[in-house]
Design a protein around this ligand. Sequence first.
Ligand SMILES: Cc1cc2nc3c(=O)[nH]c(=O)nc-3n(C[C@H](O)[C@H](O)[C@H](O)COP(=O)(O)OP(=O)(O)OC[C@H]3O[C@@H](n4cnc5c(N)ncnc54)[C@H](O)[C@@H]3O)c2cc1C
Length: 277
Amino acid sequence: MKVVVVGGGVIGLACAWFLREGGAEVVVLERDGAGMAASRGNAGWITPGLSNPLPSPGVTLQALRWMLRSDSPFLLRPRLDPDFAAWLWRFWRSSARPRYLFGMQAMLALNARTFELYDRLVADGVEFEMHKGGLLFLFLDEGAAEEEAAVLEDLRRYGYSGEVRRLTTNDLDETQPVFSPDGSRVAFWFPSEGKRGSANAIWEQQYVWPFRADYRISYVADDYSAVIVTRLKRDYVWIMARQRSIPEAELRRLADFVAAQGYDPNLLKRMPHGAGG
Ligand SMILES: Cc1cc2nc3c(=O)[nH]c(=O)nc-3n(C[C@H](O)[C@H](O)[C@H](O)COP(=O)(O)OP(=O)(O)OC[C@H]3O[C@@H](n4cnc5c(N)ncnc54)[C@H](O)[C@@H]3O)c2cc1C
């Protein structure tokens, strides 16, 4: 069988990979760079537990309200264009609760084998980093936490079987002291969810328009005690910590990480930070 896959994002490439495994002859057509679109700029969460579709009751109105906020988590850029109006109409219709639940069931079914398939890619020799450390949703607002609880209720009803623990402010103080103690907080902890890649976030900085500085958060310690910021050019690197000094063994481990990123660790300079720094 001969197959042409249009688009070399994570979806197209995964389809191509498994089609090849099944014996098909596959060609991937990509108009830009493979893996350079949405598949590059995402948060890397592998979360079968978040199988709730974006079109959901109330989200269209919310998106319209957010249109003027450039930092909106769901930003629509309105255009005087019939295609945009038609898309918005379809999106709004898909947000009705029966369609939303239908989409949720479909996504849960699609995502049920996610981790198993990632494990198969690893077994087949595809190299990537995978962390199965769980996922924490933190809410500063009880109302928003209750909305999430309702979504979780639907997910469970339609077959999500992963564990979800509701953490109170006290639980958080014990397990996640890094979060600010101000106000009441509620969190949902999904122990079985995961993340691909350690930390590939781009820390966007723009001192003078239109120039953007390239800083990458390449490493974040599990307890948030240290972070490593790198640059694509490999000309600067920063190891930053919450404490004034980093224990020697830990510093050596961080320096090894820096070396693995292509820097010369001998050029690292220790900056004094007051007593013991
Ligand atoms: C900010 C952000 C954060 C996200 N976080 C997460 C997350 O944490 N977890 C998660 O699971 N998902 C996340 N997502 C969603 C996830 O990134 C996408 O669902 C996923 O990358 C889609 O993959 P794709 O292959 O369908 O699309 P893309 O990666 O966009 O790839 C499509 C490819 O098709 C090519 N193409 C398009 N038209 C043509 C054509 N006519 N001919 C040739 N090539 C063409 C494009 O150039 C592109 O390379 C996030 C998305 C965003 C934007």
